[in-house]
Design a binder for this molecule. Structure first.
Ligand SMILES: *[C@@H]1O[C@H](CO)[C@@H](O)[C@H](O)[C@H]1NC(C)=O
Ligand SMILES: *[C@@H]1O[C@H](CO)[C@@H](O)[C@H](O)[C@H]1NC(C)=O
Ligand SMILES: *[C@@H]1O[C@H](CO)[C@@H](O)[C@H](O)[C@H]1NC(C)=O
Ligand SMILES: *[C@@H]1O[C@H](CO)[C@@H](O)[C@H](O)[C@H]1NC(C)=O
Ligand SMILES: *[C@@H]1O[C@H](CO)[C@@H](O)[C@H](O)[C@H]1NC(C)=O
Length: 410
């Protein structure tokens, strides 16, 4: 008897050991980029900017305003403290793992509560895990939602391949590969057979591929951005859709984005090496290219409550790209995914889809359009916030993500 059970125990241990071995190792990770900070500071200080705008009457429709760039640059030199920012980032539990040939960096903040819903947060360009900083810890805390249920989340925030500490994809790879990689991260590495996800910008493209291709593991999806081109006003009118005043503001921004703000997109899709190498060792150049979008794509009230999109947040976003040397590989995201914005039909999944629309986002997708690409159960509108709601309307994003708890089933 004794002998038998110890053999069984040994066998069980061997089995455990084997499955542990089969799983990619997870290594604790801390952001430590301080060695490169003096080089950055030197370059920023020694970068000249014009003393006055070339055409003082030329507004933001012509791109970045010199005053804004000068203010951000001055702040970088005089008011910004990388050490403090790095310490804040390191308050999040971070790891790296190697899946196949890919190194994946991710935040993993676990809830202290049982039945926490695993939640994958997917950033885009020019974002990073940093844009979710204000929402990660609150989501791990227990909170009562509208149906009286107490909800909390185990939050996982990977860096997209080629961003910050995640290795770039090989040539000829795309978001379909990223989706497979992240599903493996959630299911095989972290042991979450069922999870929910949120996607913004390119993260919504990756998230949508997960939603349509992994219907047994992705059991709820929340988006603020769609993987298809937003409709033009005529198309919306032809479909007899009436817009709210707030949606009309978003529609104008949507038209602007589609017509006079595609320069960066074309450059990064067709010639990623041009801008990628031009700005590789130019922190002020990256600040101009990226900071301009953080500013233009956000609520004009950014920096006033509840927004935490401050100069400091923009500088941290840019510092992370610069200090990791990943600006070039980040813009390759566009080249890898030239076929991304395509036509979609309803995918083979019954998983609920939730949507949040922020007034100052750069695309408007009315409810009727979103309903065509998934099992839409909730569509919310917010009159504050833009393309980076994790930074310029975190309370609304947190509240909407908690609604996943209304629908998620283990
Ligand atoms: C920067 O922040 C760190 C950590 O909070 C602090 O120790 C240091 O004194 C700060 N440096 C400056 C110049 O304020
Ligand atoms: C949730 O509601 C229950 C019952 O109404 C209450 O006892 C509990 O304190 C609430 N929890 C939180 C986190 O607010
Ligand atoms: C990438 O795809 C193109 C077109 O299909 C092919 O010609 C090329 O050899 C591929 N490159 C690599 C590195 O696989
Ligand atoms: C929109 O309304 C017009 C007039 O009532 C109707 O002829 C048309 O079929 C409607 N279009 C759609 C797409 O419902
Ligand atoms: C999940 O996807 C598979 C393969 O596409 C399909 O056969 C199945 O019906 C889908 N399940 C649901 C619930 O839609």
């Amino acid at each position: 008897m004794v002998q038998l059970s110890s053999i069984a125990l040994l066998a069980a241990m061997a089995f455990e050991f084997k499955s542990v071995l089969a799983k990619p190792a997870v290594n604790p990770f801390r952001v430590d980029l301080s060695a490169k900070i003096s080089h950055l500071e030197l370059l920023v200080k020694n970068t000249d900017l014009p003393s006055k705008p070339l055409y003082p009457g030329a507004g933001p429709e012509f791109g970045l305003q010199l005053d804004l760039l000068r203010d951000l640059k001055t702040e970088w030199v005089e008011g910004y403290n990388w050490t403090q920012q790095e310490a804040e980032l390191n308050q999040l539990s971070q790891y790296t793992t190697v899946i196949g040939d890919q190194t994946v960096h991710f935040v993993h903040e676990k809830s202290q509560h049982k039945d926490a819903i695993p939640l994958l947060l997917l950033h885009g360009w020019p974002g990073s895990f940093h844009e979710f900083l204000p929402v990660i810890k609150p989501l791990t805390e227990l909170h009562n939602i509208s149906n009286g249920k107490a909800v909390s989340f185990d939050v996982v925030v990977p860096s997209l391949p080629g961003f910050l500490f995640s290795s770039p994809l090989p040539l000829n790879s795309s978001d379909a590969d990223t989706a497979e990689l992240f599903n493996r991260l959630m299911v095989d590495v972290l042991g979450y057979p069922k999870y929910a996800l949120h996607g913004t910008d390119w993260g919504s493209e990756v998230g949508y591929r997960l939603y349509e291709s992994f219907n047994s593991s992705v059991r709820a999806a929340h988006f603020v951005f769609a993987p298809f081109t937003p409709p033009f006003p005529q198309d919306i009118a032809d479909n007899n859709i009436t817009l709210s005043d707030s949606q009309k503001v978003t529609l104008q921004r949507s038209v602007d984005w589609l017509t006079i703000d595609q320069g960066y997109f074309q450059s990064q899709e067709f010639k990623p090496n041009d801008i990628g190498l031009a700005l590789y060792d130019s922190p002020v150049g990256q600040l101009a290219w990226i900071g301009s979008l953080f500013n233009r794509w956000s609520d004009p009230r950014a920096g006033t409550g509840p927004s935490v999109l401050t100069k400091t947040a923009i500088l941290t976003g840019v510092s992370l790209y610069y200090l990791t040397g990943s600006f070039q590989s980040s813009v390759w995201q566009y080249a890898h995914n030239a076929n991304a914005f395509r036509e979609y039909s309803k995918p083979p999944t019954d998983a609920p889809m939730l949507w949040s629309s922020f007034e100052y986002n750069i695309g408007l997708w009315p409810r009727e359009y979103v309903a065509q690409i998934g099992n839409l159960v909730e569509y919310k509108e917010h009159d504050f916030g833009g393309h980076f709601p994790g930074l310029d309307n975190p309370p609304a994003l947190i509240e909407d993500l908690r609604d996943i708890g209304l629908y998620f089933e283990f």
